[in-house]
Design a protein. Structure first.
Length: 565
């Protein structure tokens, strides 16, 4: 007698392994329709302690469903699942051998999508899935285009708008007016929760000032931790309390996380809390000043500040531009970043720190003066360790001009995020300068990463999205950075860094000036030695690393706005 299986009940009970067993070993082949095969793949993903092998098996299940039936609801579901598993597989194992296999999966997923593009382009979840592939292939032109298509079709999910705003930071064709415009679109589409369900914000007197910081990146020596550490290590504990709200999983906790948790007054993991729960928790904590370190970047929780968790809300450090939210009262900047005439392009009121908008806490490594490599190599070595997404087409063009015009010059590249760089390599190959490039693999060992700066004479900054942490690191290692002027807060960060070092000459006016200055530097061996020595002697005393002065100014600003309440 043939058995009847109630897969829906088993699925609701989360008995995924049992479903897998039944489908593989008990269910007759003639009963294994496309819905059943798709279910098999889903259960492989959802079962406890899934392995890489489970992902690969699920991949085959989803692919078989998609290839047997096109442009139906079940094939659409299978396609989305297939593409997302391909991305998950890469994220799980970035070894060289696995990356080669994954690249084949990426190409297959892209072929599936673009062969049926007119069909898939109208499905939000399919577009979001294929964007995950383009991100891992460093194809930010496609990422921007596809996000733009979602926005045109009014898929105004806040995460879509945030991603669209963020990825436009990498391109030169968006004015600050555009960032403001889409920030306001974001504000309109964030949820408004009923105040009846929210704990009231209370202004308490005669107590320490409670400052809450929101971040999703307090782990693994993430760049944000070096700037937040400046505050955590220096605050007056008799006057202030610091609460840390972590929009990340507790399973990600590591040595870096533990350092912060030991040095703040309170910390709470909020990633798995619903918005209303997180808002009520923060309000009940009596936070006076809430500082968002995320903005529109990954792990965003702008819905919390939209519904106000504190009487004063500030944007700082993690995202250097306007959010478009009137509920964010202030943004911390400096005089080099936002000009007086531009204040109306930011919904937040501008709070100017007197010298620099943030300060690096320094590295736990003994500094040692190493002369410029050109003195022993007899050729100049440029380098960039910025996120490869920042290497825009204009950057490729400028770097290519530099390398072509300077005999025997070299360019060392290493990304701060592991990605498949085939597309980037092709761009340099098309410029006929591939032989002048050296790609260093992503370094898991931080000390090895930092010491790589000793191989570089001049760090070439990216534009319009410059480096921040990488520039601080280069300068800590006495490696000068050639940057370019920008047109808004984010694009001027490199400019502010060099101006605070008294190195205005290393701020280029435009791309032509950038190329010219790189060529001039290549001819000045003595100047490069002097420049490196200057950075070794003076950089750690500059506003870039003067944590004591920065902290003093930081809390002066907080005191001034808190006293106005």
């Amino acid at each position: 007698m043939e058995k009847n299986y109630n897969f829906q009940d088993l699925f609701n009970q989360k008995k995924y392994s049992k479903i897998i067993y039944i489908i593989e070993f008990e269910l007759p082949d003639e009963k294994k329709n496309l819905s059943i095969i798709n279910l098999l793949g889903v259960c492989r993903l959802l079962q406890n302690n899934r392995t890489k092998e489970d992902l690969i098996l699920a991949l085959e299940n989803f692919k078989s469903v998609y290839k047997k039936e096109r442009q139906t609801e079940i094939s659409l579901t299978a396609f989305r699942n297939y593409v997302n598993v391909v991305a998950d597989l890469y994220d799980l194992d970035k070894s060289e051998a696995q990356t080669k296999k994954t690249y084949g999966y990426f190409e297959e997923a892209l072929n599936f999508f673009y062969n049926d593009e007119s069909y898939f382009i109208n499905d939000e979840l399919s577009v979001l899935a294929i964007i995950r592939i383009h991100k891992r292939l460093l194809d930010i032109n496609k990422v921007k285009f596809l996000l733009g298509e979602l926005i045109k079709k009014k898929y105004y999910r806040p995460s879509n708008i945030c991603s669209y705003i963020y990825y436009n930071l990498f391109f030169k064709d968006w004015s600050q007016e555009k960032f403001l415009e889409y920030g306001k679109v974001l504000c309109e589409n964030l949820p408004n929760y009923s105040q009846d369900k929210l704990f009231p914000i209370e202004n308490k007197v005669n107590k320490k000032i409670t400052i809450g910081f929101l971040s999703g990146d307090i782990r693994s020596k993430h760049s944000i931790t070096y700037f937040l550490k400046t505050i955590v290590d220096t605050y007056n504990k008799s006057k202030y309390s610091i609460n840390l709200y972590l929009n990340q999983n507790k399973s990600q906790e590591d040595e870096t996380t533990q350092y912060f948790l030991k040095n703040v007054d309170k910390f709470t993991y909020i990633k798995n809390l619903k918005d209303e729960e997180a808002i009520n928790l923060i309000r009940k904590d009596g936070v006076d000043i809430f500082i968002d370190l995320i903005g529109v970047t990954s792990n965003t929780r702008l819905s919390l500040v939209k519904n106000r968790v504190a009487g004063t809300q500030i944007l700082w450090c993690g995202y250097n531009n306007t959010t478009g939210l009137k509920e964010i009262d202030y943004i911390l900047s400096d005089p080099n970043l936002i000009y007086e005439s531009e204040k109306n392009m930011y919904t937040e009121k501008i709070l100017y720190l007197p010298k620099i908008w943030n300060c690096h806490s320094g590295l736990d490594l003994k500094r040692q003066f190493i002369p410029s490599p050109i003195t022993k190599n007899n050729y100049i070595t440029f380098g960039s360790f910025n996120n490869f997404n920042k290497i825009s087409d204009p950057v490729v063009n400028a770097w290519s001009k530099i390398l072509k015009s300077i005999k025997n010059s070299k360019l060392i590249l290493k990304s701060s995020i592991p990605r498949i760089n085939n597309l980037l390599v092709k761009k340099f190959k098309d410029e006929n300068i591939l032989d002048s490039l050296e790609f260093i693999p992503f370094a898991k060992n931080f000390e090895s990463h930092i010491k790589s700066y000793q191989m570089i004479d001049i760090a070439l900054d990216t534009f319009p999205y410059p480096g921040v942490t990488t520039s601080f690191e280069a300068i800590w290692m006495s490696t000068p950075v050639l940057t370019m002027k920008g047109y808004n807060f984010n694009s001027r960060c490199g400019e502010s860094i060099n101006k605070n070092l008294g190195l205005d000459w290393l701020v280029s006016k435009n791309e032509e000036d950038y190329v010219m200055k790189a060529k001039e530097l290549s001819k000045k061996t003595d100047y490069l030695f002097e420049l490196r020595k200057k950075l070794f002697d003076e950089a750690t005393k500059s506003p870039l690393f003067d944590t004591e002065s920065f902290s003093s100014e930081f809390f002066k600003i907080l005191d001034s706005i808190n006293s106005k309440k």
